[in-house]
Design a binder for this molecule. Sequence first.
Ligand SMILES: CC(=O)[C@@H](O)[C@H](O)COP(=O)(O)O
Ligand SMILES: NCC(=O)COP(=O)(O)O
Length: 237
Amino acid sequence: MTRLSVNINKVATLRNARGGNNPDVIQVARDCERFGAEGITVHPRPDERHIRFRDVTELKEIVTTEFNIEGNPNERFMQLVLDTQPAQATLVPDADDAITSNAGWDTIKHKDFLIDVVKELKSHGIRTSIFVDPIVEMVEGAAIIGADRVELYTEPYAEQYGENPEAAIAPYVKAAKAAKAAGLGLNAGHDLDLQNLKYFHQHIEGLDEVSIGHALICDALYYGLENTIQMYLRQLQ
Ligand SMILES: CC(=O)[C@@H](O)[C@H](O)COP(=O)(O)O
Ligand SMILES: NCC(=O)COP(=O)(O)O
């Protein structure tokens, strides 16, 4: 079974545009779960342009499915995660000024740093996933580091899917096999949508979770949040 974790960053972006509390991020998280989401993902960034650190603390109190916090494990992020104790932390090598995540970790170059981070998170009982490009060596590096899972960065897949789905999925099939061979759980995310999700799911064995935000929240403008979540869940059947 592949769990759908809804990334609610974009709900916070909309709220922040006017400075009030509309839409209410906490209520949206509750509703996502009520409508079938099997997890809630947030990705706080240093400038708090969407999810704020305070939101993360409040969300922890109400999320009843799996709470996944993504981000670059700097001191502030680590403190937030350790205080919050989510089900999962996903480590992403974002630059502070990145518009959105645009690459996975080099798990060979940053091995020592990541070993320390993963050890600390796991000692607090937090499942730890490392965001990687679909490259076998990077997946194997995550296993050596001691991660529980990898999250495959799917933007390159999403970009190529329209013109050549076979070529787009090929590196992910290899990376997924490497993850399973190394005993890692398998997540995926970034730019997955109603067009490309089903094919990805059909071709990647043992996919534990997808986290989807941008496209899902955009689709909700047209179809409504409840319908949209159900539509995404159907792609994963
Ligand atoms: C890790 C990842 O793939 C990102 O998609 C992220 O979690 C979304 O971040 P933004 O909402 O800031 O684009
Ligand atoms: N980890 C990926 C994520 O949470 C959502 O990415 P996107 O769907 O907003 O591109």
